[in-house]
Design a protein around this ligand. Structure first.
Ligand code: SF4
Length: 493
């Protein structure tokens, strides 16, 4: 009945924003699930050739697991379609906020769409084309026969006899630019004659154009999103999100001695933290951004407040800061980050997304993500000095070029730990550390088990982490309130 009409297809262009009210709880869980899905899409896109069997199988598994529509033929998957629809729009809000975020989102959504479109049967494809107003004129049999030689010559991959069996569409040039450029279609009187099997290029193009326009539009409504005190923390959290444990609860507090840090920084720190540690040891100082990023990381790996005070003090007084100044100034902010001063907020170590996306380092800063923020030439030198083999460096730089910073970091992990497959999806410097320690202490079996239970466990934690963050957040008490008028954010101006 009604519900069916709302989503006549398993696939959509997401042209209409959702109009129903949804609870904040559902809002968040939908968003997190889609984020997980897009992360899988990103990972697969780098590790597998798109549209190979392995790629498709893995993606289908993930769609099923997260309860998104996974097979176009499934008739009664209203809930999955609804989730697909709403979650797409929520992430649009979170990922319209900067050029980097938009690009990432667009890329993953395109890949996801490409896969899902490829799963449609011919009949469903046809239906879908009509649905999204891309129902191009079918070239009549007569005309096709008349043009058969031209079609055969201009369309690679056909033998002449097949030309007449294939359905061709007359497509306006604007829609067929890619095929035209690649000299893959026959052109006549301002129309491209596109064979059915190439129609996906056209559809994808159309989708890309629509989605990037929509993202730009949504970005313009940013001020209204930012002034929404229920939404803003949620969305910020999402765009910086990494959907695993937040490492604010230290199980290993006090298990590390200060003497171990130098050695650990070489063996088990990700590049960002290794760089900060080295800079600290060399210049006996770090600026605020570095102190925050590194300090919270150290807290996450188990340094107690007392240890942290000792660690920073020892280093700083070797530089330009005297003990008195340290006690009066820096010590306060360290206690603060442990939640012992001020608002007593227990700060959470930064995730990769946060490090990559916010507060880029300036001159004299050592924070940030070296894969994102270092000049490629410097990065190359650094990796070289850390004894990464040239072939590995090339691989890393390729990933960096494609803006896959976390995957580049995973590669670095693999190379420095001498494993072929990292076996987890890296999202957090403290996760890097934990996994490294586990591996080095020979806990491979344990690692497997933990991975099976999912990288993405502890969803509820993200709720907690939001509340324990420095940003004002919606408390649990308001989490059940209905969120109305989502569509208001998507309408023009
Ligand atoms: Fe650090 Fe994450 Fe960048 Fe790796 S990807 S260097 S862990 S911020």
């Amino acid at each position: 009945g009604d519900r069916r009409e709302q989503y006549p297809h398993s696939l959509q262009f997401y042209l209409e924003p959702p109009t129903e009210s949804i609870s904040l709880v559902e809002f968040e869980s939908f968003a997190i699930d889609r984020l997980k899905l897009l992360k899988v899409v990103e990972n697969l896109g780098v590790s597998y050739v798109r549209n190979t069997d392995a790629y498709q199988t893995k993606l289908e598994q993930e769609l099923r697991k997260l309860k998104f529509p996974y097979r176009a033929l499934a008739e009664d998957d209203y809930e999955a379609r609804r989730k697909d629809h709403i979650s797409h729009f929520i992430l649009r809000l979170a990922y319209c906020q900067s050029e980097d975020l938009r690009r990432w989102f667009l890329q993953q959504e395109m890949d996801l769409f490409r896969y899902r479109f490829s799963q449609l049967t011919d009949v469903l494809m046809q239906k879908f084309l009509e649905h999204v107003n891309l129902s191009f004129e079918v070239v009549s049999e007569d005309l096709k026969n008349e043009l058969s030689n031209d079609l055969y010559v201009s369309t690679p991959g056909f033998i002449q006899s097949k030309v007449t069996e294939q359905m061709f569409y007359k497509v306006g040039l604007a829609d067929a630019v890619d095929l035209f450029r690649a000299r893959r279609v026959f052109i006549k009187d301002g129309f491209a004659y596109v064979p059915f099997k190439e129609i996906d290029v056209i559809v994808l193009n159309s989708y890309r154009t629509k989605l990037s326009k929509a993202l730009a539009l949504t970005a313009r409504s940013l001020p209204s999103i930012q002034s929404d005190e229920r939404l803003q923390p949620l969305l910020n959290h999402l765009s910086h999100s990494y959907v695993g444990p937040d490492y604010s609860i230290q199980k290993n507090t006090g298990k590390i001695s200060l003497e171990q840090i130098d050695a650990l920084s070489v063996k088990s720190f990700p590049l960002c933290m290794r760089q900060l540690h080295r800079a600290l040891r060399e210049s006996h100082h770090l600026r605020h951004g570095g102190r925050m990023q590194y300090g919270l990381f150290l807290k996450g790996i188990g340094l107690t407040l007392e240890q942290a005070l000792e660690f920073w003090k020892k280093e700083f007084i070797r530089g330009k800061v005297d003990a008195d100044k340290f006690d009066k100034g820096y010590a306060y902010s360290i206690r603060h980050s442990y939640g012992k001063e001020g608002k007593r907020t227990d700060y959470t170590p930064y995730s990769c997304m946060k490090i990559i996306m916010s507060n880029p380092p300036g001159q004299g800063d050592y924070h940030g993500c070296p894969f994102r923020h270092s000049d490629p030439e410097l990065l190359k030198q650094k990796l070289h000095s850390y004894k990464i083999p040239p072939s590995g460096i090339t691989q890393i730089l390729e990933l960096v070029k494609g803006m896959h910073f976390q995957l580049a970091c995973q590669k670095y992990f693999e190379l420095t730990h001498d494993v072929d497959d990292i076996g987890f999806s890296l999202n957090h410097p403290n996760q890097y550390f934990t996994e490294s320690q586990r591996l080095l202490s020979g806990g491979r079996e344990l690692k497997k088990e933990l991975n099976n239970s999912g990288n993405f466990q502890q969803k509820n934690n993200s709720q907690e982490s939001m509340n324990s963050n420095s940003t004002p957040t919606s408390s649990n008490a308001t989490a059940d309130t209905e969120l109305e008028g989502l569509e208001a954010y998507f309408t023009e101006d």
